[in-house]
Design a protein around this ligand. Structure first.
Ligand SMILES: [Zn+2]
Length: 173
């Protein structure tokens, strides 16, 4: 396994749409292992393939991984999703202060549907359906957004976005 380099804003790949995985090979699984190692090393609760420079529809999540940063008591479990698709969104919404490994140190309140139903292939290529709520639902939506070239700051007001990106630029100097 190897830790991979993170793709960070303003890298243009973050705005691109990722392609479906056609076949889950040993190489795909080895790449996913590297994604998982990278997610844990960076204390992220989720990671999408584009964030390590591969434009394929793969995400990994473990809510326990960022438990300190996200102040959550949730017990973590590793979830790997290949070609995930959200089938249902709830009407109820929730607000969560989101962050992103591609926007280090920056957080902002984002409003999203509180529950989702998601279909995906797991690490072994088996079709799964998951009903998620609360932080897991938020994390799933955030990561699948990445596969569609959408980042969390696209969900906030222009004013807040500009302020956040300015702070990020300053922190980067
Ligand atoms: Zn992110």
């Amino acid at each position: 396994m190897a830790k991979l380099a993170l793709v960070k804003w303003p890298d243009p790949r973050l705005k691109e749409v990722s392609k479906p995985v056609k076949e889950i090979t040993a190489e795909t699984r080895s790449f996913i292992d590297d994604m998982v190692e990278t997610m844990y090393a960076e204390n992220g609760i989720g990671l999408s393939a584009v964030q390590v420079g591969r434009m394929e529809r793969i995400v990994t999540m473990d809510l326990g991984s960022g438990s300190e940063r996200y102040d959550t008591e949730e017990v973590g479990d590793l979830i790997v999703m290949i070609n995930p698709e959200i089938k249902e969104f709830s009407e109820e919404e929730m607000t969560f202060k989101e962050g992103c490994l591609s926007f280090p140190g920056q957080f902002s309140d984002v409003v999203r549907p509180e529950k989702v139903t998601v279909e995906f292939l797991d690490y072994n290529g088996k079709k799964q359906i998951l009903h998620a709520n609360d932080l897991l639902s938020i994390c799933i939506q955030h990561e699948i957004d990445h596969l569609n070239g959408i980042v969390f700051v696209d969900h906030i007001s222009k004013l807040k976005r500009e302020r956040l990106l300015k702070k990020l630029k300053k922190a980067d100097l």
